[in-house]
Design a protein around this ligand. Structure first.
Ligand SMILES: Nc1ncnc2c1ncn2[C@@H]1O[C@H](COP(=O)(O)OP(=O)(O)OP(=O)(O)O)[C@@H](O)[C@H]1O
Length: 325
């Protein structure tokens, strides 16, 4: 549905987005994550056609954004980070204006505005000037303008930014509903948001795509953690030799007072966890050692994000050191 390749954007000589590539299928909800300044908004602006890439390609349903930006823009809805909402306009006038900008006319325009109002539950404030709305309401008006014309791709830049918990829950429900008919890409700083909403997470680091992971795959790790009295040398010989073990990593080289030695095993097949666990336990007991713990390693998004962010800090520190040298 959405194909992005080699996407690059410079501000002056600063590379804000660096050769990013990914593709997103119809109906997916994808979270775009990254530390402050990682390049999320810049990517979203390019996807929505508001900012030109210096290099790379974006195509939606096979149509290249640079070949026919107007046509592509009509098939997408964009909620920018800061809404270009006109404070003096009423909600109704603003939606009418936004619908015209999307090329909607006549009955179709009327029906689309009605649908967007219903979907975002803003009917009770249609005649209010936008300046008098709460942050949550303004955000819903922003989403209402984004879904006019039933876009096949929705690009939402921090859709729950500044919302209270009730408004956040309503917005998440709305996004889930919208994803029934559209592909959604959203940026956020909130991991729980991605866990709650998304099928997939893209994590940016310094303008580059560092991680592209399906959340269900993250939850099913192919690593096992064990704690045993079996010493590293025997573990290397016995455990590594078992079928389905790709790698053995020694996490503690000296026996820990209560937990023996700790190891991380990488399995060649994610689904073989149960069979391999049984074989491992048997092998450890046969060696006369104690087995204290054996469980799959859970990697949640938060851990993954922390690993990526720590790598960012290390990379920056190295860059600063080499600049100073
Ligand atoms: N118009 C601009 N001129 C110069 N630099 C810019 C401009 N817009 C963004 N940048 C820089 O590009 C980098 C990426 O910015 P961007 O806004 O895309 O990041 P982000 O991941 O959305 O950050 P945040 O989470 O803080 O919103 C940052 O270092 C930012 O300072």
């Amino acid at each position: 549905m959405l194909e992005v390749s080699d996407l690059t954007r410079l501000y002056g000589d600063f590379v804000a987005v660096d050769r990013v590539g990914f593709s997103i299928g119809q109906g997916e909800i994808v979270g775009l994550l990254g530390h402050n300044g990682a390049g999320k908004t810049t990517i979203m602006k390019m996807l929505s056609g508001y900012l030109e890439p210096n290099q790379g390609r974006i195509s939606i349903d096979g149509i290249d954004l640079t070949d026919d930006a107007k046509q592509v823009q009509r098939t997408l809805g964009y909620l920018p980070e800061s809404l270009p909402i006109y404070p003096e306009m009423s909600v109704a006038d603003y939606l009418d204006y936004a619908a015209e900008l999307k090329g909607l006319t006549g009955d179709h325009k009327y029906l689309e505005i009605k649908r967007a109002i219903g979907a975002t539950a803003i009917a009770d404030r249609l005649l209010s000037p936008i300046s008098t709305l709460s942050r949550g309401y303004k955000q819903r008006v922003g989403v209402a303008q984004a879904i006019l014309g039933q876009p096949r791709l929705l690009i939402l830049d921090e859709p729950t930014n500044g919302l209270d918990p009730t408004q956040t829950e309503q917005m998440r429900r709305l996004i889930r509903d919208l994803a029934q008919d559209a592909t959604v890409i959203l940026s956020t700083h909130i991991m729980q948001e991605v866990e709650a909403l998304c099928d997939r997470a893209l994590i940016l680091r310094n303008g580059r795509l560092a991680v592209d992971a399906r959340l269900d795959e993250l939850r099913h790790s192919n690593h096992l953690l064990i704690a045993t009295t079996l010493a590293p040398q025997s573990a290397e010989q016995r455990l590594r030799a078992l079928n389905g073990i790709e790698n053995l990593e020694v996490l503690s080289h000296a026996a820990e007072p209560e937990g023996g030695y700790r190891y991380r095993l990488t399995l060649s097949e994610r689904d073989a966890c149960n069979t391999i666990s049984a074989a491992l336990a048997k092998s450890i007991i046969e060696a006369g050692a104690e087995l204290y713990q054996l469980h799959p390693e859970q990697r949640d998004l938060e851990t993954l994000f922390r690993e990526v962010s720590n790598a960012t800090v290390e990379t920056k520190a190295k860059e600063e050191l080499s600049d100073a040298a």
